[in-house]
Design a protein around this ligand. Structure first.
Ligand code: MG
Length: 381
């Protein structure tokens, strides 16, 4: 029996993780759950999965939950609560699915405990890849990617030698604006940007898909997970999202992993690896899908993807600046304060303005993240 701690159990990855766990009651149990503020859903999850600990990041909501449920479950709050859960709970697998930079520190706690990390929080590797991969080695921890592209590559690499890999090919759906002109970005609305054709996800990542920053962050994530340089990580637009990514080897052979766009599969794989568990999820019906198409991304139109490649090549704190600037810009766009076309402009300004620190330690990364947020926030009144 593997005990699971889910960081972010009310988000789409968290809910899907519980959907997987529900199917395998003799394999997995829920040790702890955390949410930002959604105590209604957390209450239902407590009733169904009986965790021994929950964390509500919002302190008022945590008090409200305690009033509701009494002493049935231990309730912690705040960022300290998240850290305490990750460092003190008795668990085997951490599902790291907080949105954004907030996921970094509790994930590091779990790595220091030598746990398996089912990693959905891509920012952990984007902002602190060098540090995190070193900690994983030092503490004998294990990262199994949950992001569908990286899960695909992970699966394609089983039984292969990394030195025989010529390149990784990340697939991208292209998001809702794939067939729009760049000029459309001037007046694109929040609703249009949130209307993803294939994947149902949270709002931050859906906006990142529309700008293709999501793919940019995934290129950086792939670099740290698989140790290949930027020039060996390609992005191919594949609107059907059936091939989740590919690996091309030195003999020209390409392996791909296919499946329906449903996060339950990569989540289950990260929980059960190296085993594959039989399930009743919907199967991929190839004749029904009919055709798979591919083309190159337009880096002139999707500037965020280009900026992410540049940040990866620059290294140091550049990916941290890229990520923090993007989080603030996306937040401002969602609140109707800036245009969609402003997102890459703000990121570019931050990359030009903020100092790039080489070989950053964790405090440098935390400071860089905060200072970048302040800078980008100051660009909008
Ligand atoms: Mg992905």
């Amino acid at each position: 029996m593997k005990k699971v701690l889910i960081l972010g159990s009310s988000g789409s990855i968290g809910v899907n993780s519980l959907n997987v766990i529900r199917n395998f009651p003799d394999r997995f149990s829920v040790e702890a759950l955390t949410v930002n503020s959604n105590i209604d859903l957390l209450g239902q999850q407590i009733d169904e999965f009986s965790p021994s600990l929950v964390v509500v990041r919002d302190e008022k909501k945590a008090e409200e939950l305690i009033k509701r449920i009494g002493s049935k479950v231990k309730v912690l709050s705040g960022d300290e609560g998240l850290l305490e859960a990750a460092s003190d709970c008795d668990y085997d697998i951490l599902v790291s699915s907080l949105v954004g930079f907030a996921g970094l520190l509790p994930t590091i706690e779990a790595i220091k405990k030598g746990k398996r990390i089912a990693l959905a929080n891509k920012e952990t590797l984007v902002v602190a890849g060098e540090l995190v991969t070193a900690l994983v080695r030092d503490h004998n921890a294990e990262i199994i990617p949950v992001d569908s592209e990286h899960s695909a590559i992970y699966q394609c690499l089983i039984g292969e030698e990394l030195k025989e890999v010529e390149k990784l090919i990340l697939t991208a759906s292209g998001g809702p604006f794939l067939n729009k002109d760049k000029s459309f970005f001037e007046n694109a609305t929040v609703d249009e940007a949130l209307n993803h054709p294939n994947w149902k996800m949270g709002s931050k990542i859906t906006i990142d898909s529309a700008s293709m920053m999501n793919k940019g962050l995934e290129v950086i994530e792939a670099h740290w997970l698989f140790g290949l340089p930027a020039e060996k990580i390609d992005v191919v637009v594949h609107p059907q999202s059936i091939i989740h990514s590919m690996v091309q080897f030195v003999d020209g052979s390409i392996k791909a992993q296919l499946g329906l766009p449903d996060m339950k599969l990569p989540i289950q794989y990260a929980l059960s690896f190296p085993e594959r568990l039989e399930n009743s999820f919907e199967r991929t019906n190839m004749p029904k899908i009919g055709s798979l198409t591919f083309f190159s991304p337009d880096l002139n139109k999707f500037e965020c993807l280009k900026l992410a490649y540049e940040a990866l090549i620059a290294m140091g704190t550049a990916p941290c600046i890229l990520n923090a600037a993007n989080e603030i810009a996306v937040d401002k766009f969602l609140k109707g304060k800036i245009k969609f076309s402003h997102i890459p402009k703000f990121i570019n300004k931050a990359l030009e303005k903020m100092e790039n620190h080489r070989d950053p330690d964790i405090q440098t990364i935390v400071d860089c993240d905060r200072e970048t947020r302040e800078f980008v926030g100051s660009l909008v009144s």
